[in-house]
Design a protein around this ligand. Structure first.
Ligand code: RM4
Ligand code: MN
Ligand code: MN
Length: 426
């Protein structure tokens, strides 16, 4: 299904008066700020959609394919991301997980993606599941495995993923390992680290010059005693030892409870080692809930550090880090859920852009704690939705993406075309 430009225009016309009223109010309220440059940054900011989030997610207790119309092929996954991008103008890339999505004809996929204005974001390898027909099992880990042949199989898989990525025009590999141990004594931590590092070094040496490798960390699950890339310190250690193309990737759901993620982000940026983000939200662990649905203030505080840290280094907000959603959806229509995540991310970004940085620095230098809090909460509590909507309008997208999605009955349309299908993924 394609959304036509005139359908978007018709929808926008119906909401224009009310939108303009809200925008005019914001312009008056923030007249001391260059809102035009903020809107421009919002237009440029794109968040990649993971190919595995387009179907209904599951838990280890089951999967309810409640929506139907799930994409059956990579082509249909690209079509779905194309729909999102048409609606919000901010989902201009797709991130593939191999072997859930193996490209057969890279050139054809590239032109299909380009027809929707999409690029291929970071490629993701998978050595956390055994693949059909493979010689070895990852039951006791992949890159860390005590068995050299198993490590070799996992290394070769990652190199294969890089090759697929090159053909698609991607320029990054994300490695998330389930490696670790479930019981004390199971693993020699030092040897596991050394094996993992050696394996990563082999993968690193297969990276093209312009590529990055993102080392993602996760505190626990599926291993419940130790994880071999368990936190940002361990990830940073690997990334530092690997070299300048290696970076840490922060997935918001991968920390121990109450970790100060905004501080982690600030320090990784300071070290020039923050590579990218997986956005989601969580109440307990790796819940993979919609970004901003549980802790929107935390999301804002993270963006506040991101903007501060990127500006301190003169970085391009839109291009210099990898921005991606990593969430799965058990009870919502995945496309609606992704629209909500993107909206929450854009709002947090807009809020961070409007923080009075000069006043905050002064308050910090004067130890004026109450003032610092006032400054942060002033933007956090301001309703900036009209700014984000204006960015969408200028990008030719919809003022209210979910309203249009529902109005056009996109899901019914997909169900009619595809039937009661289930996508590949977790
Ligand atoms: C992991 C991790 C990875 C993702 C898999 C599907 O928890 O977040 O980034 O590739 O899930
Ligand atoms: Mn992730
Ligand atoms: Mn995760």
């Amino acid at each position: 299904m394609n959304i036509e430009q005139n359908q978007i225009e018709k929808h926008n016309d119906s909401l224009l008066t009310s939108h303009q009223r809200k925008l005019a109010f914001l312009k008056e309220d923030w007249s001391h700020v260059d809102l035009e440059s903020v809107i421009k940054k919002l237009v440029d900011f794109q968040i990649a959609i993971p190919s595995w989030a387009l179907g209904t997610g599951g838990t280890r207790f089951g999967r309810f394919a409640i929506t139907g119309g799930e994409p059956r092929t990579i082509e249909e996954k690209i079509e779905d991301v194309g729909l999102l991008h048409a609606l919000n103008g901010a989902s201009g890339a797709i991130s593939l997980h191999i072997p859930w999505d193996i490209p057969q004809d890279a050139e054809a996929l590239k032109s299909l993606a380009a027809s929707y204005g999409l690029k291929f974001d970071a490629m993701n390898s998978n050595t956390f599941q055994d693949q059909k027909g493979s010689a070895h099992s990852y039951k006791f880990g992949s890159l860390q495995n005590v068995n050299k042949d198993i490590r070799k199989q996992a290394i070769e898989h990652n190199i294969e993923v890089i090759k697929h990525g090159i053909a698609l025009g991607s320029d990054a590999l994300t490695v998330w390992l389930a490696d670790g141990s479930c019981f004390p004594g199971q693993l020699n931590f030092r040897k596991a680290f050394e094996n993992t590092l050696e394996s990563l070094q082999e993968i690193y040496s297969a990276l093209p010059e312009n590529w990055k490798i993102f080392v993602e960390y996760k505190a626990f699950e599926p291993n419940f005693y130790s994880t071999t890339v368990g936190d940002w310190g361990q990830s940073l250690l690997y990334a530092s030892k690997l070299g300048k193309k290696a970076y840490t990737l922060v997935d918001l759901g991968h920390h121990l409870p109450n970790a100060n993620i905004e501080q982690i982000v600030a320090l990784l940026l300071m070290e020039g080692k923050l590579g990218g983000f997986h956005f989601n939200d969580s109440k307990y662990g790796d819940d993979d809930l919609t970004a901003g649905s549980i802790k929107p203030y935390q999301l804002f505080l993270i963006f506040n550090e991101l903007v501060e840290g990127m500006d301190a280094k003169g970085m391009n907000h839109a291009k210099d880090l990898g921005w991606m959603i990593d969430a799965s959806h058990n009870v919502k229509d995945p496309l609606e859920d992704l629209l909500q995540s993107v909206e929450a991310i854009m709002i947090a970004y807009a809020q961070a852009l409007l923080v009075d940085r000069k006043a905050l620095n002064e308050a910090q230098d004067n130890n004026d704690v109450a003032k610092a809090q006032e400054i942060l909460q002033h933007t956090f509590r301001s309703d900036l939705r009209a700014l984000v909507a204006e960015a969408r309008l200028r990008a030719g997208a919809a003022l209210s993406p979910i309203a249009l999605y529902r109005g056009l009955e996109v899901r019914n349309n997909l169900v009619n075309h595809r039937g009661n299908t289930v996508a590949t993924g977790l």
